[in-house]
Design a protein around this ligand. Structure first.
Ligand SMILES: Cc1cc2nc3c(=O)[nH]c(=O)nc-3n(C[C@H](O)[C@H](O)[C@H](O)COP(=O)(O)OP(=O)(O)OC[C@H]3O[C@@H](n4cnc5c(N)ncnc54)[C@H](O)[C@@H]3O)c2cc1C
Length: 404
């Protein structure tokens, strides 16, 4: 069978059983593979991820709050897929687009079609600690490491301050969930959120910012705006206004960028490294390469969409359907995102907007967040834990342990 659709014609591919490699098994990558298993049962599918499991990233702050069981946050790929999918747990180090090869540390994988769904990684904007540890909450092991560090410090009887760098939704979620988790364990923790801009949640509506600021104040979470982290030396953090914080545990939540591996060709990308594609999610110069989820700059009209599970999920599905269409000589379809809205879960409360104009807040928003997390989870078993969390919000199933 040849690939014939003229506007997306891919030279050199005549395939009955195409080799399809998917890099990154998050919401986008898992959806691509699921779609292709149905649409092209004869395809040779390889999924490469640095881990042996997929991660429900929105639940990472719950590693700190203890509201859901930790073992429900990740799901092994061999529980999601059967033997038709070759699963490779390795780090992709380079894409050779001209020779159609994906290189990992250990091997090279040839492809007829490639889907890049490698998600995001923290952006440090040149900041590096002189010494000591800069924590992040961008992966399961990273979130566990932050929690264990705080547990250890408190169990040793030390006073410590959690300094969260970045007053965007991730930073505030981490601060609020940590406060809740340690409060449930009977310990108060000093928490300071440091934000370079003049306001937390700068791009969001005044209503949301005011509401969140009030909640943080009530929860004893301090916020310093117009300041940045200047240096981190062992456990002393110094801010740009000269403030020195001893016994600090620092969590960096100041920005994300696409985790694009090195590529042989210079691929067009936005400032945050998200790759630019055509409307079918293909790279213009290499139409056999599709990009989905956070790895791509997905557009709603002319406006780039925020990084979110829903956009990743549906773009992954669209990439899979378009590959199947091309293989069958049919016309691919443009990806057009539908924005259902967003909720910022803040430990015991929330703030957000759904359907573009309906404000949601408090426990209702929180329940919605856990329900949606369950709905988008990778297996029904793991989803169940999130449905439970939605109905029993007070439940602390895995609270931090701080006994000395
Ligand atoms: C703390 C946090 C909270 C969030 N909360 C929300 C929320 O409440 N609602 C919401 O909609 N969105 C939320 N998001 C954003 C959302 O999680 C992302 O937009 C979504 O996960 C993107 O899906 P993806 O499939 O593109 O990438 P990911 O889910 O990040 O998956 C990418 C996969 O690629 C793998 N990978 C990356 N690089 C390589 C490599 N070189 N080699 C091999 N494997 C690689 C990774 O291991 C990972 O499994 C949150 C994100 C974070 C970090």
């Amino acid at each position: 069978m040849s690939i014939l659709y003229e506007s997306t014609y891919i030279p050199g591919i005549m395939i009955d059983s195409p080799k399809i490699v998917v890099v990154g098994g998050g919401f986008a990558g898992v959806q691509t593979v699921k779609t292709l298993l149905k649409a092209l049962p004869g395809a040779q599918m390889t999924l490469i991820d640095r881990n042996e499991y997929a991660t429900m990233l929105p639940a990472l702050p719950d590693v700190l709050s203890g509201r859901v069981r930790r073992d429900a946050i990740t799901v092994r790929f061999d529980e999601i897929f059967d033997a038709r999918v070759r699963i490779v747990a390795d780090v992709v180090s380079r894409i050779d687009a001209e020779t159609r090869l994906v290189h990992t540390r250990n091997e090279a994988y040839p492809y007829d079609f490639l889907v890049l769904s490698n998600g995001s990684a923290p952006a440090f904007f040149g900041f590096a600690p002189e010494s000591g540890t800069l924590h992040t909450v961008d992966s399961f092991p990273a979130a566990v490491s932050l929690r264990e560090t705080l547990e250890r410090r408190l169990a040793d009887g030390q006073e410590c301050t959690l300094v969260v760098v970045g007053g965007g939704y991730t930073g505030l979620e981490v601060a609020a969930c940590t406060r809740d988790g340690f409060a449930a364990a009977g310990r108060r923790l000093k928490i300071l959120v440091v934000e370079k801009a003049d306001s937390i949640l700068a791009p969001m509506a005044q209503r949301v910012r005011r509401r969140v600021a009030k909640y943080l104040e009530r929860s004893d979470i301090a916020v310093a705006t117009g300041v940045s982290l200047e240096s981190l030396n062992d456990d002393t953090a110094v801010l740009s206004d000269g403030t020195r914080i001893g016994n600090a545990v620092v969590c960096w939540s100041a920005g994300m960028q696409a985790a694009t591996p090195e590529t042989s060709a210079d691929l067009p990308a936005a400032r945050d490294r998200r790759l630019l594609t055509n409307e079918f999610l293909q790279l213009q110069t290499f139409p056999e390469v599709f990009v989905a989820g956070d790895a791509a700059q997905l557009l709603n009209g002319d406006t780039p969409v925020r990084r979110a599970v829903n956009f990743a999920y549906y773009s992954g599905r669209r990439a899979g359907r378009n590959i199947a269409a091309l293989v069958r000589g049919r016309k691919p379809k443009a990806f057009s995102p539908v924005d259902l809205g967003w909720v910022i879960p803040l430990g015991g409360t929330s703030s957000g907007t759904i359907f573009g104009f309906v404000p949601v807040a408090g426990k209702f928003g929180l329940r919605l967040h856990y329900l949606m997390s369950g709905f988008r989870h990778f297996t029904a078993g793991a989803a169940f834990e999130f449905y439970l969390a939605a109905f029993h919000l007070k439940r602390g199933v895995d609270v931090p342990s701080v006994r000395g």
